[in-house]
Write a new protein. Structure first.
Length: 130
């Protein structure tokens, strides 16, 4: 069980890191800005679905291994819900309405949440014994 929890945690960590650091940056590097924005906007629901699904599995698998690990995975799951449902909509709305200051603030919050998820996931990698 611990092996699968660690494997899924690694999968979550790598996926979040690759999407947030690599995918977003490369989209804006290789695509026209308008196309990149549309592309990123369409892919974020999949990213959040991935984080929700994998963090839930990690939580369930690690519950019998480490209550702390399960709680941290639950933290990722729980904080992804409002980020995906409320914050993303607000970011898109601010972008559509050309509210630059509001967009920057909301996007910064989103980045902080994602970075915190990556850090928590790194802690999970340490906490799940093999």
């Amino acid at each position: 069980m611990a092996y699968f929890a660690l494997l899924l945690t690694s999968f979550l960590f790598g996926g979040m890191l690759l999407f947030s650091v690599g995918f977003g940056a490369l989209s804006f590097k290789f695509l026209e800005p308008a196309v990149a924005r549309s592309f990123i906007r369409k892919t974020f629901p999949y990213f959040y679905g991935y984080v929700l699904g994998v963090s839930a599995l990690v939580m369930l698998l690690s519950f019998t291994i480490s209550k702390t690990a399960a709680a941290l995975a639950f933290f990722i799951f729980l904080t992804t819900l409002p980020t995906s449902k409320i914050l993303m909509s607000a970011i898109n709305r601010a972008s559509d309405l050309k509210q630059r200051r509001n967009f920057v603030l909301l996007h910064s919050i989103s980045v902080i949440v994602t970075l915190s998820h990556i850090v928590v996931c790194a802690a999970l990698l340490y906490l799940i014994p093999v």
